[in-house]
Design a protein around this ligand. Structure first.
Ligand code: MTE
Ligand code: CO
Length: 427
């Protein structure tokens, strides 16, 4: 469908010829043809514009900066009919508008079961009790005296894509895949706090508890707690946002978002899991034989093309087209992402750009020369453990049709001749 060796440029400039001479085929050659000679008579070039004529705002106008007013549509969005009430609800990260791997703090999706708790850090306490030598209570000030680490991790709600289990539903990757964010956390490794309290040899499990009105509780195996869990107080360099658990949240890297308890106030050590609501009636997966999978903590290898996508159609017509997407795995790094533009008949290896960090988002690109014909876009991620993202049919064959959580099936976008994109299923 796309001939990558003949980008048919609109103009053969000297710089383009030297690009080709230097042997930079593929992406670079395609990109070089994207510049269009539209300068002649353009008033935006020939007339002095207001922004050049008048002085702008001074440095004191915005002590805490905001995005440009022209980016007002780059916001979290909710789907009101999904939940009964906004305090026990979810909104979605506008991943179709973002690039790179880091989610800006104000755009991180929110999931609350009892609304956002408002907690003065001076009043916040973290207790460790149960099977420990010394039960402890930490203030925020105490926690900030432990050695801290900075780590980039994605957080994905287990319900991300849950609406898509039986077929395509929601028209936009913000809604199909936007229960995810990826942030640099600063926090204290949980094991330092557990060492301070002295976990008894019988202590095999940990119950993390939130201070919000939902008093979220989840059981976490001690092995994970001692491995890479963080008790975080900063995200992307600044204090956690209230919505994300200010002043303290638990990070459980690579594992389902529900375990990342926000407004973290207590860690109880026990000898077995607690069987709380969020690990029995919720966050379990009903299989075809009527049995439910429990303790499905690790988030599976997954990817999605974020642009083009239903909310990010192709508006520039045929020619050079940047296909951009995200891939991630709760088991490690992403080794490869394949992209197809013909519904899986032929695949090309995408280019992973930017940092490749374990349990973090990865950004991939495929730079093509679109001939203007219909496309069925899909991406397929493979992680460093060799795990391959399945088709939706493969997923349903393994897990039946009753599930909501842990849908990591391959997403398809249909692009029509006008560049309009729709959520469809090709499995
Ligand atoms: N922690 C508390 N205390 N209360 C909650 O409602 N929701 C959980 C988890 N931790 C929740 C919580 C769920 S289901 C998810 S997916 C993540 O927080 C969402 O984190 P976020 O709001 O930072 O995106
Ligand atoms: Co969740």
């Amino acid at each position: 469908m796309v001939d990558r060796t003949d980008p048919k440029p609109t103009q053969q400039t000297a710089s383009r010829r030297s690009f080709l001479k230097a042997g930079l085929m593929g992406g670079a050659a395609v990109a070089a043809s994207a510049g269009v000679a539209r300068a002649a008579g353009d008033p935006l070039i020939t007339e002095v514009q207001d922004w050049s004529r008048y002085l702008g705002e001074g440095v004191d106008a915005a002590p805490y900066g905001k995005p440009s007013e022209f980016e007002a549509n780059v916001v979290r969005r909710s789907v009101p009919w999904l939940t009964a009430d906004p305090v026990s609800s979810i909104n979605f990260t506008p991943i179709h508008e973002l690039e790179g791997i880091i989610t800006p703090n104000g755009l991180c999706f929110e999931r609350h079961h009892g609304g956002t708790a408002t907690i003065d850090p001076a009043d916040h306490r973290l207790m460790i009790n149960g099977l420990v030598d010394t039960p402890l209570v930490f203030t925020m000030e105490d926690l900030k005296r432990f050695p801290r680490e900075n780590r980039v991790y994605f957080l994905e709600c287990a319900a991300n894509g849950g609406m898509e289990w039986k077929g395509s539903q929601l028209n936009g990757c913000q809604f199909t895949h936007g229960m995810i964010h990826c942030v640099v956390y600063t926090g204290v490794p949980l094991r330092y706090l557990l060492e301070e309290a002295g976990v008894k040899t019988t202590g095999k499990w940990l119950l993390a508890e939130g201070a919000d009105a939902s008093v979220m509780t989840r059981s976490i195996p001690m092995e994970k707690a001692l491995d890479d869990c963080l008790v975080a107080f900063k995200m992307n360099g600044e204090a956690l946002r209230a919505e994300q658990g200010y002043p303290l949240r638990l990070c459980v890297p690579g594992w389902e978002g529900n375990m990342w308890v926000k407004w973290l106030r207590r860690l109880e050590i026990g000898d077995k899991p607690w069987a709380q609501r969020e690990e029995t009636s919720k966050y379990t997966d009903l299989l075809a034989d009527g049995k439910a999978r429990r303790h499905t903590w690790v988030m599976d290898v997954k990817s999605v093309i974020t642009s083009p996508s239903p909310q990010a159609p192709v508006t520039h017509g045929k020619g050079p087209l940047v296909i951009s997407g995200l891939a991630w795995s709760g088991s490690g790094t992403i080794k490869r992402v394949d992209v197809t533009i013909d519904g899986g008949r032929t695949w090309q290896t995408a280019r992973i750009d930017g940092p490749s960090l374990p349990k973090a988002l990865h950004r991939f690109y495929l730079d093509i020369n679109w001939d203007g014909s219909e496309m069925l876009l899909q991406s397929r991620a493979i992680d460093d453990q060799g795990l391959v993202q399945p088709t939706k049919n493969e997923l349903r064959a393994a897990r039946g049709g009753n599930s909501i959580y842990h849908n990591n099936g391959i997403q398809t976008w249909h692009v029509n001749n006008d560049g309009v994109v729709e959520n469809v299923e090709v499995s």
